[in-house]
Design a protein around this ligand. Structure first.
Ligand code: ZN
Ligand code: ZN
Length: 297
């Protein structure tokens, strides 16, 4: 195979960033990657205590590692144990490993221990899509953890591929309510107990995160959740990646357009209520987490 040289030095390149017409060796790629993360942090003036929700997968582990390169950030990590058998055990092992490597104390939130039932048990009774249930529970517990512990932010590993494909999925289903949250940063709303959320990998694609994780020896678990169904966004994601390879940078432009649309729709937002049971933000009288998990005193 022909060796492709880094555009900045004579080392062998590990990735091509078509949008910039550049190839990077591991060292120069790290600079590029951290620069993309830094842009999000700078634009929104992010600093202080940030809790990273580490799932054991590549994105959240990479997110935690990347944040440790920024001195103005005090990184903490936590893991949500959803109780999905072997999969959760291995994910937890990976989350612990990466936290140890980064010198972070991993806090564990155990759904079953704290609320009495695991995701498979709740899903068995509630029916419906296990992924939607799981997503809702993770969002709830992530926000609650950050809020209760007084963190300045909670960071998640959502990347450009996730963000753009899920918005396309919502557009394809004429589902415009979740047009909130399309910015790399979601402001806190203290009276609704909403913690400030940040997505440091917002401008980086799936593959870019994977190559960063691999070339920087970041531990992560490759396993797939046994409850997971073919995600409806997978096909859209593949299509978007193909399109982006033909028109480099188009995914980023989509993300930027969605961000601007969100600004315009701000006033149009659905009114927030406070859950009558737990007091956290919801659109209904009792939040879905409390209804499903039966989080009643
Ligand atoms: Zn180089
Ligand atoms: Zn509630």
């Amino acid at each position: 195979m022909v060796k492709i040289e880094c555009s900045n030095c004579s080392e062998e390149a590990v990735i091509e960033i078509k949008r910039k017409g550049k190839n990077y060796c591991p060292d120069h790629y790290r600079k590029y990657f951290l620069n993309q993360v830094g842009k999000v942090l700078d634009k929104y003036e992010i600093e202080g205590k940030i809790a990273v929700a580490i799932s054991g997968g590549k994105d959240s582990s990479t997110c935690a590692e990347a944040l440790t390169h920024f001195e103005r950030i005090d990184v903490r990590s936590f893991y949500i144990n959803l109780g999905i058998g072997e999969y959760s055990k291995k994910s937890r092992g990976s989350a612990k490993e990466v936290s140890d490597e980064l010198g972070l104390d991993l806090d564990i939130i155990d759904l079953e221990r704290r609320y009495g039932r695991s995701v498979p048990e709740i899903n068995e009774e509630e029916g419906g899509s296990p992924c939607a249930l799981c997503g809702m529970i993770k969002r709830y517990l992530t926000n609650r953890y950050a809020f209760e512990n007084g963190f300045d932010y909670v960071a998640t590993g959502h990347n450009l591929s996730d963000e753009v494909s899920s918005t396309f999925h919502n557009l394809a289903n004429v589902y415009l309510t979740p047009f909130r949250g399309l910015e790399p940063v979601l402001n806190e709303k203290k009276n609704y107990k909403l913690a400030e959320r940040v997505k440091p990998l917002y401008f980086l694609k799936d593959k870019e995160t994977l190559i960063y994780a691999q070339t920087n020896d970041i531990s992560f678990y490759h396993g797939e959740c046994p409850l997971s169904q073919d995600s409806p966004t997978d096909e859209l994601k593949n299509w978007l990646h193909e399109l982006d390879s033909e028109k480099p940078g188009i995914m980023r432009s989509f993300a930027k357009s969605f961000m601007r649309l969100e600004d315009r729709m701000e006033k149009d937002q659905r009114e927030l209520k406070k859950c009558e049971n737990c007091g956290y933000a919801t659109a209904t009288r009792i939040c879905r987490f409390c209804r499903v998990v039966r989080n009643f005193p």
